[in-house]
Design a protein. Structure first.
Lengths: 306, 273, 517
């Protein structure tokens, strides 16, 4: 039963990645001609036309597509038009900083938001709860780049205690991670609070209390355990999304991550680089979803395999 | 009932005022949001009685731009939510009710949409269709429908086994009638709750598009482009981006507070990601 | 998990991070000459290719110039000076002869001699003929052949007399490359692994993040002061200013106007501003053949409609000089043509004469964030044009796709451009208005202007050539092929508590001009 479930999820994952690869090809071709990337802005029209022919960008679309599929199926994404290096290895170089940033942000967010959400739920209606709600609302209303700029202004230019960007030293991670964490923390606080509120009202907690367990034990052993799965799911899915989604933060802090590379590549029509980067992002999102799907039956006994 | 919750009541009133400003901006300001006056460039707030909230680098009145910007933000929020909510709800209904091949295909499309980097899609679409308010709405809606589709599908799946649906099928009602008469009313509350949160997300997303240079083109005053344009003047004119940022935050705050209130009333178990 | 445990942990994290942040960046003087351990530059663009034989973005010049040498160089005021060639002369109207420096080797050990120059030229031809990319041969279009007379003498034969050749051989894209790296047939070997005769070599080039240069031990000239140069890629102008202000960078290129007061107020920092000799700003007017822009009166009307002075004062903090010439003030052949004044009545009258009394709508294409206050400048111009009835559709796009559209002749209406000219010579700019140039299809030189240009480009007498160039500028002032704007200052910043950068008027970062404080 579980084996069949795993197999069907795997098939879905592969279909999703394959479909994205195909859709992306045609979407990119709609955006225009990438020849200029190879020749640079100083080229004249005649040179551009010659290089276009030499690179095959004037061949019929189906022909280009078949050659693309053939290469990608063999794991070859081609060379970046801008950097003239293997597109896939350029993407791989960026994965580490991106994961570093995403992990740091998720860590900071979880460390703040999970306790905050739990406490807010337990002390529902008190001042603590109200503060938690307000903080989480503010975190979700602040444009990320605006927050990032304010932090740079305060801590890098004003107080001069932290570097404003780059990743040349360990301290460079702090500002972008905090910026990215703000929105996540708000989201997690909110989810944690409502998940806790729901479990706290359940029958079995009343039973547990009636058995004479202390309130702390009830919360730790029963409420938290039942409220955790949906929150963990969101955190896992966020991690997948963050691999390709921290574009704004990476841009504001000149953080050399995948998001920034992807943004520059798509703005500059560097097709092979976009294709390699989107492939990696799609695989990580799909893999995270798959992971959640596969472990869910274990962490949450209420969820039956369907 | 709204009276019982002061925060929700206040949010509703503020949103109402912003809504009026969006429809009838002339009630709030007589100045043009696009008229430039370079001689009045970067006037600080409360410095010149004609420009109470100051001016931007081009000498445009910030109060007037914020007021007219509310119409852009609310238009984007309203139309995007209608578009993505409509499509997403329809997909969720069909997928959840019909199941089988329809469900498989639609949910695979949703998977693909979720794993496709939103930014790449946005930049690619914008470079194909060109800049413009309408195209910004399309981009945001394309990225937003999955949220509705997934939540509604789950609800429909749960409803499907309920007695009144079974009964309707037993007496030979056609599927379309069952979906419209029996299923839709039962998921409407969730759609409403999703929409109120989604409206806030959409307004925030518009400001991100502006930051990335693919937002609403000038001279239309959108809050997102105002914050984005003003950021390079943080050192000499902090108000240029702070004024629209505050307007944006207040609006989003109200949408969220009101969304929470609606959810608590209608559908307390719904988890908003 | 509770708060009592969480917060000390977080605090410790922040404290450790701070300690790291404050690790001192040392600058230890060693030996007789004072040196700098490391100079960090905040650069808006990255360095995708470091092979000068392919013409890519002009921004790569900041690195090329420190890795390679050219036969001729520019001094601080952009006058010609010896480079790899110690002297040059015209031995025949169509032959230039260069005497080469001896004792020069490339950083990989290959000797530099007349054969190297010959091999370099052959390679430029190959890049063009095999359509491998945009060959730098375009910068020396008149050259038909290069011959080695002996080891230290080389002759360039041109299709017709070319007075600009020595200057053209001083531009960074004509840097001399070695023959060795291409022996294996990899025509793009130098892009990632450059080999030159210049003062520095590449240690590391991480796409989109940083480029690190270290001294070339085989360099023929005086060893430069900086023992390491790091170009950190920071696309956002405000972020570059922040890097300079927080001592993350010692030099920042292209600072935003709004940050100048803050930087000027810091006693360790200095704003380095001077007119950029190699760039003039304007809007190209596409296309000539049809629509309102085909009318000379309409083009003149556009020029009268804009109050450049106020824009310069209010948006550019005075860091620009208005101009109505195609040629920059510091370039050879510039002549002082009367600037268009701000005259709304005249603009309206000209529009009516051109057949558009009620105005019209045009597209305007630009790249926000690409040059100083680009977004604000374009909108301000748009507001002035609206005053005379010309409405603009604003089309924002990244620079490269925008230029691609221009090359593909898909641009309509106004195109905001800071036109660079690596060679500060009127002849180069006129070339851009030829069919092979970037503006060739928008409003090409025609009629009398074109006749004069064909004479100018082969005139060896400096005075006569300057006169011809001046006449073309006067004609083009009235022809109004562009909406003339201004010359903008280069606005860079340096940490002058640590170093001195004696900036040239092309603003290109020559590491040899950096000395420790």
């Amino acid at each position: 039963m579980y084996a069949r479930y795993v197999l069907s999820r795997l098939v879905h994952a592969v279909i999703a990645v394959a479909a994205i690869t195909v859709v992306l090809f045609f979407l990119l071709r709609l955006t225009g001609d990438p020849t200029l990337l190879i020749v640079g802005p100083e080229a004249n029209p005649e040179e551009i036309a010659r290089v276009r022919t030499a690179m095959g960008f004037d061949r019929p679309l189906p022909e280009q597509f078949l050659s693309y599929v053939g290469h990608v199926a063999g794991g070859d994404f081609g060379r970046s038009l801008r950097y003239n290096q293997s597109a896939f290895s350029l993407v791989l170089e960026r994965i580490l900083p991106t994961v570093e940033l995403a992990a740091a942000a998720l860590l900071i967010a979880s460390v703040i938001a999970i306790p905050l959400g739990v406490i807010a739920a337990i002390k529902r209606g008190t001042v603590i709860d109200r503060i938690a709600i307000l903080a989480s609302l503010l975190g979700q209303t602040m444009p990320v780049y605006w927050l990032g700029l304010l932090l740079i202004f305060a801590f890098a230019v004003g107080l001069r205690v932290l570097p404003p960007g780059g990743n040349s030293e360990p301290a460079s991670l702090i500002l972008p991670a905090v910026t990215l964490a703000a929105f996540l923390a708000a989201q997690i606080t909110r989810l944690m609070r409502s998940a806790m509120l729901e479990t706290l009202g359940q029958e079995y907690l009343r039973t547990a209390r009636s058995k004479g367990l202390t309130e702390a034990a009830v919360i730790r052993r029963h409420a938290l355990r039942n409220a955790a799965p949906p929150v963990l799911t969101i955190i896992a899915l966020q991690l997948g999304q963050l691999i390709g989604g921290a574009v704004v933060t990476e841009t504001v802090f000149a953080w050399p991550g995948l998001g920034q590379l992807l943004l520059q590549a798509i703005l500059g029509r560097d097709f092979p680089l976009v294709q390699a980067a989107v492939f990696v992002v799609a695989v990580s999102v799909v893999a995270m979803n798959l992971l959640v799907d596969l472990i869910y039956p274990y962490v949450d006994p209420r969820m039956r395999v369907s | 009932m709204l009276l019982g919750d002061p925060a929700a009541l206040l949010s509703a009133i503020v949103l109402l005022i912003i809504g009026v400003a969006a429809v009838l901006p002339d009630l709030f300001t007589t100045m043009s949001p696009i008229a430039q006056d370079l001689r009045a460039s970067q006037t600080p707030p409360f410095d010149d009685p004609r420009h109470l909230l100051g001016t931007d680098a081009l000498g445009r009145d910030l109060w007037s731009r914020v007021v007219h910007g509310s119409s852009v933000s609310l238009t984007i929020a309203l139309l995007t939510v209608l578009l993505s909510g409509g499509i997403g709800t329809l997909v969720g209904l069909i997928s959840g009710y019909r199941r089988g091949i329809w469900d498989s295909v639609l949910m695979r499309v949703a998977d693909i949409q979720l794993a496709f980097p939103a930014l790449v899609l946005a930049v690619a679409i914008m470079s194909v269709v060109g800049p413009g308010l309408g195209n910004v709405i399309i981009v945001l809606a394309v990225n937003g429908w999955v949220l509705y589709a997934r939540v509604i599908r789950a609800e429909v799946l749960a409803l499907r086994g309920r007695e009144f649906i079974e009964a309707a099928r037993a007496i030979g009602c056609r599927d379309r009638r069952i979906i419209l008469r029996h299923v839709l009313p039962n998921v409407a509350a969730s759609v409403l709750v999703l929409a109120s949160f989604n409206a806030a997300q959409v307004i925030l997303a518009e400001s991100t598009l502006s930051f990335l240079g693919i937002g609403v083109p000038p001279p239309t005053p959108s809050w997102g482009s105002m914050i984005s344009d003003g950021r390079q003047y943080l050192a000499t004119g902090w108000w240029i981006s702070t004024v629209p940022a505050l307007a944006l935050m207040v609006t989003l705050l109200c949408f969220n507070v009101l969304g929470d209130w609606i959810r608590d009333r209608l559908d307390p178990r719904l988890q908003i990601p | 998990m509770n708060r009592a445990r969480v917060f000390p942990a977080l605090l410790a994290f922040v404290l450790i991070a701070q300690a790291c942040a404050q690790a001192p960046s040392t600058s230890t003087p060693s030996g007789a000459a004072k040196t700098l351990d490391r100079v960090t530059l905040a650069s808006p663009t990255d360095f995708p290719s470091l092979d000068p034989s392919y013409r890519t973005s002009v921004a790569v010049a900041h690195a090329l110039i420190n890795i390679y040498d050219t036969l001729v160089t520019f001094d601080k005021d952009l006058k010609l000076a010896p480079g790899l060639a110690t002297s040059w002369k015209s031995v025949d109207p169509t032959v230039w002869e260069f005497t080469l420096r001896t004792g020069v080797t490339f950083s990989d050990g290959e000797a530099f001699n007349a054969g190297s120059v010959k091999a370099w030229f052959t390679r430029l031809q190959e890049i063009r003929d095999k359509a491998l990319g945009a060959s730098s041969i375009q910068l020396i279009p008149s050259v038909t052949d290069v011959t080695a007379v002996n080891d230290t003498t080389v002759r360039f034969t041109t299709s017709q007399a070319d007075p600009t050749l020595p200057g053209r051989l001083a531009t960074y894209f004509t840097s001399i490359t070695p023959a060795g790296p291409f022996k294996a047939g990899d025509t793009k070997a130098l892009m990632a692994a450059p080999v030159g005769t210049g003062p520095y070599m590449v240690k590391e080039n991480v796409a989109g993040d940083h480029l690190t240069l270290v001294p070339n031990p085989k360099y023929w000239g005086t060893a430069p002061a900086a023992r390491e140069i790091v170009y950190r890629i920071i696309k956002d102008a405000a972020a570059r200013a922040a890097a300079l202000r927080s001592s993350q960078a010692d030099v920042a290129f292209d600072l935003p106007i709004a940050e100048l007061a803050g930087i000027g107020g810091d006693k360790n920092l200095t704003v380095l501003a001077k007119p950029e000799a190699t760039r003039v700003y304007w809007f190209l007017l596409a296309s000539a053949a049809e629509g309102p822009l085909a009318s000379k009166q309409v083009r003149q009307a556009l020029n009268y409609a804009v109050d450049r002075k106020t824009i310069i004062d209010k948006l550019l903090a005075g860091h620009a000089q208005e101009t109505s010439s195609l040629v920059s003030r510091q370039a050879f052949g510039y002549c002082d043509v009367p600037a268009y004044t701000y005259d709304v009545a005249k603009a309206k009258q000209l529009l009516a004469e051109g057949g558009f009394p009620n105005g019209f709508t045009l597209d305007v294409s630009y790249s926000p964030g690409n040059t100083t206050a680009e977004e604000q400048v374009v909108q301000a111009v748009g507001s002035y044009l609206a005053d005379v009835g010309i409405k603009l559709n604003y089309l924002q796009k990244d620079l490269l796709p925008r230029i691609a559209d221009l090359s593909a002749k898909k641009t309509k209406g106004l195109f905001y451009l800071g036109q660079t000219s690596p060679l500060p010579d009127a002849d180069y700019i006129f070339g851009e208005f030829q069919p092979t140039g970037i503006a060739g299809w928008t409003q090409p030189l025609t009629g009398q202007s074109q006749t004069l240009y064909l004479q100018e480009r082969k005139e060896l007498n400096l005075e006569t050539r300057a006169k011809l160039a001046c006449d073309i500028q006067k004609l083009q002032r009235d022809e109004a092929p562009v909406l003339y704007l201004w010359q903008l200052d280069l606005i860079n910043g340096a940490n002058t508590a640590k170093l001195t950068w004696d900036m040239s008027s092309d603003g290109i970062f020559r590491a040899s001009r950096v000395t420790p404080k």
